[in-house]
Design a protein around this ligand. Structure first.
Ligand code: ATP
Ligand code: MG
Length: 555
């Protein structure tokens, strides 16, 4: 659109990449996005995706999609498929085929044997509990495992038998021989291989020993020619081990690891473990429940890929942890949809109105612009004797400053006539069930002479409007930091019981009958909405409210 080009701020990773290209250290950069397929991607992952794919795009390099699949127990094909779909939906394409860390299991295993031969790795029989005890802690150095000085031949034999399936899960591990007194705990003889008799989604039953993350990541980067291996800050302490592996193995390249601060959003959890718990325990209706922080949920709710990319650009990339306000994300989607979403009218809580002085059987076609600024054409809206307005737009005893309809008062129907409320029809309980109004035929598109009509309300024709369901969302958690708040609640106790409001029997203007899955609209005065891609049926749309028209989070 006609938005001014923004020059991307030169965050530190951009500067590093540019300097490496300028100095000739690299002639082409390669990055990678390495999700573990143990859940759906969330908004935090979007930051990593935009950063890794974005840098490659910006500097003419490649970004790989590599599944970090070293833990077969928690991984599933469903997650792999969803992750690929989300990356593409966000607007990125990986270079070459999808890669898997498991593609390199043969090579990693061969390298483990090389380390054993070089006296740099050994098989250890300590139980996990003992190993923890031997490891020491931040203030105390660890102690050497009694198995640390096993001979090379014994280690080779034991590792071969581990690989052949002779031992039970956890009975033995292969460890690097580095330094049990190292101040960095990650260097205290870290685990390289563990026994796990588990079926793997890529390698089937070929393996019963699996490499650790630390023994996999750097070597996979090196094998793929990754130049800049970008990860979140919690891996900073792993960097010496990443470098130890690379410098002790005959790898074909030496990638470098860089860390940045992960994205935290208030009122949101971004941990796959917690998101999975919300799904598994039925607190939400699946990974793509529009209240979730997953990318598939944002998609279903109506967020555009562009708004998420814009958000990731805006929050920047730094090395200091911070919590980003949800308002920033909402700002980005409002800005996008204000420009791109056609306008329409939908009455969420219908109240029938009969225009008593409008001829029975008469209908006139009104034409309303689909967008106030951009030329998106017009939509047809029939006007006749019976229509619906929102129940909230009529009050018998309104507060001061109420600009909508009250007994004897006037209001303009959006894009149509000025009407006056003459009589409210009530049922036996006293509920208002219908309004009898009269219209002023002189007021189509112009103000009545000598009278000021301040209020404009939305409406739909009764006969031709489309019955629909509308889902209104509030934040899923009521605490700004659902994980740790002062009351000591767990994140589940912080769930907002009113996060979903389903309205049935809503009435949308006739042009919405043909709305297709994922189409987005601004419903006048109600917010931005998106046609639900799962539950809508032809002619029976379900609308998700993406975001309200104005920021209501601060209140
Ligand atoms: P979680 O803690 O949610 O399980 P994870 O880090 O274990 O996340 P991975 O699948 O290993 O999930 O993540 C893939 C990539 O995304 C990693 O490089 C990781 O650093 C990055 N990432 C994960 N969460 C965030 C976040 N909140 N902000 C930025 N990057 C993230
Ligand atoms: Mg992880």
């Amino acid at each position: 659109m006609n938005k001014p080009e923004t020059t991307a701020p030169a965050h530190f990773l951009r500067q590093i990449v540019r300097a490496d290209l300028d100095s000739g250290k690299h002639s082409k950069i390669v990055t990678r996005f390495p999700p573990e397929p143990n859940g759906y991607l969330h908004i935090g992952h979007a930051k990593s995706i935009c950063l890794n794919f974005g840098l490659a795009q910006e500097f003419g390099g490649d970004c790989h999609l590599r599944f970090d699949d070293t833990n077969p127990a928690k991984e599933e094909q469903e997650y792999i498929d969803a992750i690929k779909q989300d990356v593409e939906w966000l607007g990125f394409q990986w270079a070459g085929n999808v890669r898997y860390a498991s593609d390199y299991f043969d090579q990693l295993h061969a390298w483990a044997i090389e380390l054993i031969k070089a006296g740099k790795a050994y098989v250890c029989d300590l139980t996990p509990e003992q190993a923890r005890e031997y490891r020491g802690n931040l203030t105390e150095p660890g102690r050497n495992s009694p198995f640390r000085d096993r001979g090379v031949d014994e280690n080779l034999d034991l590792f071969a038998r581990m690989t052949a399936g002779e031992f039970a899960d956890g009975a033995k591990v292969l460890r690097a021989k580095i330094d049990m007194a190292a101040p960095n705990m990650n260097l205290r003889d870290p685990i390289l291989y563990r026994i796990r008799h588990a079926h793997h989604h890529q390698t089937g039953d070929k393996w019963c020993v699996y490499p650790s993350y630390d023994f996999t990541h750097g070597q996979s980067d090196a094998l793929e020619g990754v130049t800049h291996s970008i990860c979140t800050l919690e891996f900073e302490d792993h960097r010496p081990l990443y470098e130890w592996c690379l410098s002790n193995l005959p790898v074909p390249a030496t990638p470098r690891q860089y860390e940045f601060a992960r994205l935290n959003l208030n009122y949101t959890v971004t941990s796959k473990r917690k998101l999975k718990q919300l799904v598994d325990e039925g607190h939400v209706d699946g990974w793509d429940d529009p209240r979730m922080s997953t990318l598939s949920a944002f998609r279903r709710r109506g967020y555009t890929p562009g708004s998420l990319r814009e958000f990731c650009e805006r929050i920047g990339v730094t090395r200091s942890d911070a919590v980003v306000d949800m308002g920033v994300l909402e700002f980005c989607i409002r800005e996008d949809l204000d420009a791109s979403a056609p306008r329409a009218m939908c009455v969420l809580r219908p109240l029938k109105v009969t225009i008593t002085n409008y001829p029975e059987g008469q209908t006139e076609q009104l034409h309303l612009p689909r967008h106030p600024k951009d030329d998106m054409g017009v939509r047809e809206l029939p006007f006749s004797r019976e229509l619906y307005i929102d129940q909230d737009d009529f009050m018998v005893d309104p507060p001061k400053g109420y600009k909508r309809l009250l007994p004897g008062g006037e209001v303009r129907l959006r894009g149509s006539y000025v009407i006056r409320a003459d009589e409210a029809v009530t049922d036996e309980q006293g509920n208002i069930v219908e309004l009898l109004c009269s219209y002023d035929p002189e007021t189509l598109g112009k103000n009545p002479e000598g009278r000021k009509v301040k209020g404009v309300i939305h409406w739909v024709p009764a006969a031709q409007s489309v019955e629909c369901e509308v889902r209104l969302y509030d934040r899923l958690f009521r605490a700004p930091n659902p994980d740790k708040n002062e009351e000591g609640n767990t994140f589940l106790e912080n769930i907002n019981p009113d996060s979903l409001l389903v309205l049935k029997g809503c009435r949308a203007e006739p042009s919405l009958a043909s709305a297709e899955a994922e189409e987005r609209f601004q419903f006048e005065r109600e917010g931005y909405f998106c046609v639900d891609r799962k539950d809508s049926k032809p002619g029976q749309p379900v609308f998700n409210r993406t975001v309200t028209l104005r920021d209501s989070w601060g209140q």
